[in-house]
Design a protein around this ligand. Structure first.
Ligand code: PAF
Length: 272
């Protein structure tokens, strides 16, 4: 595996690659969720590129940019073991100049996650577009856990006619059901155990849908009943374009939950 710090190095290498390139953009602190994306990319592409870059433009003032978990050495080992070909780890000054062309995410970026974090998705799209420009991947892999991010990146690729396949990947969970996230390390024992209610309530909703309950208000009430002792930020049932829906549409519905544990926001969802 080669570790690259500059855009020139990566572009020089990219010029000579004529086969499929699979790309996994990350902010590091790699866990089994990322590893599953890398493994999928490894199976489906001749060349695999991973980037690690804690992108400042997607953090709001007062968010955890400075304390975001950074585990460069462990991450390098994981990438090596997963047989990544190129690991791109740029500095902030490499990725951003003083004056930038800004990306404006569409209106649906200001609901749900975007309502809680206004401007967050502008920063995500900006950095992902830059990374796509540098890596020029054939296939780019994103987890379904960040469902709204996945939807916006898919739309960006479509709207800007980028010749890149966006590959959605399944959520990876701990044995007890907690969705993997780099921010899980912030939870204390009590919060960690309360956090299990997120996946449990999503599974309950899915089982009710399997029994033919299609009314989204009823499903939302069942979930909120189960979460009544937690600080729920939102429960939303949307179609894959992120429009709120009244009736479950099979193969086109996502149920999303966000719960706040002090400063830590935990997201989970299930695709129905
Ligand atoms: O999902 C993430 O880790 C980040 O939002 C991404 C896509 C790497 C952009 O910084």
């Amino acid at each position: 595996m080669q570790i690259l710090k500059t855009i020139e190095e990566l572009q020089d290498i990219r010029k000579n690659i004529n086969s499929n390139v699979g790309f996994i953009p990350t902010m590091g602190a790699l866990h089994d969720g990322h590893i599953s994306l890398i493994k999928k990319a490894r199976l489906e592409n001749e060349i695999v590129v991973v980037s690690i870059f804690v992108n400042p433009t997607q953090f709001l003032l007062g968010e955890d940019l400075n304390t975001y978990p950074r585990k460069d050495e462990a991450d390098k080992k994981i990438c090596e073991l997963c047989k990544v070909d190129y690991l791109f780890m740029p500095e902030i000054s490499t990725m951003y100049s003083e004056e930038e062309i800004l990306i404006k995410a569409p209106n649906k970026s200001y609901i749900l996650e975007g309502l809680a974090r206004p401007g967050h998705f502008d920063g995500v799209l900006q950095v992902v577009l830059k990374l796509f420009g540098i890596v020029q991947p054939t296939n780019a892999y994103f987890g379904k856990k960040d469902a709204q991010q996945l939807s916006l990146i898919t739309q960006m690729v479509k709207n800007l006619f980028l010749p890149i396949n966006i590959i959605p990947c399944e959520i990876v969970r701990e044995n007890d059901g907690l969705a993997m996230s780099s921010r899980n390390v912030y939870l204390n024992n009590e919060q960690r155990s309360d956090a299990l209610l997120l996946s449990k309530s999503l599974y309950l909703a899915a089982s009710l849908v399997a029994k033919n309950e299609k009314n989204t208000s009823i499903l939302t009430n069942k979930i909120s009943e189960m979460m009544k002792n937690l600080n729920v930020e939102y429960i939303a049932i949307v179609d894959r374009e992120f429009n709120e829906i009244e009736t479950i549409e099979l193969d086109n519905t996502i149920i999303l939950i966000v719960v706040r544990f002090e400063q830590t926001r935990l997201l989970d969802n299930i695709w129905i």
